[in-house]
Ligand binder design. Sequence first.
Ligand SMILES: Cc1cc2nc3c(=O)[nH]c(=O)nc-3n(C[C@H](O)[C@H](O)[C@H](O)COP(=O)(O)OP(=O)(O)OC[C@H]3O[C@@H](n4cnc5c(N)ncnc54)[C@H](O)[C@@H]3O)c2cc1C
Length: 475
Amino acid sequence: MAVQHDHLAALKAALDPGDWSDDADLIAPHLVDWRNRYHGRTALFLQPDSTEKVAHILRWANRHEVALIVQGGNSGLVGGGIPDQSGSQVLLSLKRLNSIRDAGSDGHVIIAEAGVTLAAVQQAAAEQDRLFPLSLASEGSATIGGLVSTNAGGVHVLRYGTMRSLILGVEAVLPTGEIVHGLGRLHKDNTGYDLKSLLCGAEGTLGVITAASLRLYPAIKSRMVAMCALPTMAAAMALLARLDAESGERLMAFELIPRFGLDLVCRHLPDCRDPFTKPHDWYILAEWASSARDEPLGPLAERLLAGALEGGLIHDAVLAASEGQATDLWRLRHHLSEAQKAEGASIKHDISLPQAHIPEFIEACSHQLAALVPGIRPCIFGHLGDGNLHFNLSQPKGADPQNFLDRWDEISTLVHQMTIKAGGSISAEHGIGQMKAGLLAAVKDRASLQAMAAIKAALDPKGILNPGRILKPAS
Ligand SMILES: Cc1cc2nc3c(=O)[nH]c(=O)nc-3n(C[C@H](O)[C@H](O)[C@H](O)COP(=O)(O)OP(=O)(O)OC[C@H]3O[C@@H](n4cnc5c(N)ncnc54)[C@H](O)[C@@H]3O)c2cc1C
């Protein structure tokens, strides 16, 4: 799809001057993704500040068959929000649609526009003594529109589910420019197809989210964070089963950190230190939290971890004695991606697996990778409580980074084939974007792919919105 100069001029004239830009310096950060893997060009950068303007832009794009790429905080990890190299795609940023329309005054729902960051929503909820439980390392930049569109997960899925279970409604603009006024506040609403669930996880291929109603929970009144050192992955799975069974709904997070990952964080980030005196193969960061007033969680955590120590499931454990120590332990987990970046090139996979298969999978896959690329350094971490592994691979020490990255397809094929064989998913929470569109076509069953293509064709008949994301165009 090429875009004609006079069509662009007409659009600019219809918008306010602040709604678009062709300033190369301003646009540049929007044309490269967080991992520096995707670089694009754009015919025009749009940043409207109202739903009506978004609708106008979509009507214009639909009429003139102009491809639009939607972007929020640009923290996505699969290239979904970066235009291609053709220079003919128009980049639509939702960052200026950033009002909180209802800050949770009823204690149940926050209504936030697409460009509001997750951190701002969490803060607004806290000000009402309530909790918006979604939490992830990119929360300072990830926006509500992006989080809904990718059905984001994060560290509290174990207790609260993914974004799909945290939204009560969405306002969205369909590719034809019609506005879906769906900012419901209802927990129960069985009135036909659930459009919010369809748009959630659609990665901007079916509509542009302009606002969402977000479900609030009771604020957390006490929490306990512990880091445990474990001998094996089998022990980690047994620990999960035990904590899950005996903590009730208080278990909030169960995150895996490998020895290599902890080394990287301690090496590359200031003020990070190994909380243990001896090295161990695996670590679990566990968090218990309660919204009940005066419920001490220390005795529960101590009892459960003492039992695990006695039973040989863990070798050692550190319990945070203060909020400051809890934050320090979480920093070790949250900075893993950053530390891996500082260590050189890495090839990353966001997979999920049936829990029973995880130890065997990690062992077999690491073994095969070592045979394929001698010296490869797996840094396998993630949301173990959800069966979600960030199966990341750092380049061999001293190797040429580009030579390693050139083997991306070969290495990823191995990891993904083994994932599918184990009954897992090639994308647990980051989505498909540009990165895995080809792969999806190869692994998803035919009927599902056909149904997805039919939905796309029905809502976006001219294929203008986020083309090439999730579904590869028919060749
Ligand atoms: C350090 C780090 C840690 C992360 N941890 C997690 C994690 O734990 N769990 C997790 O799930 N993700 C994680 N992510 C990935 C990322 O933060 C999420 O995918 C997030 O939802 C992206 O939000 P965004 O606003 O940055 O969206 P973008 O990156 O701007 O866009 C992501 C996708 O959504 C589409 N999109 C954006 N806004 C809209 C909109 N308003 N309407 C329609 N489509 C839209 C884009 O076209 C693109 O396809 C992490 C990323 C980083 C960098």
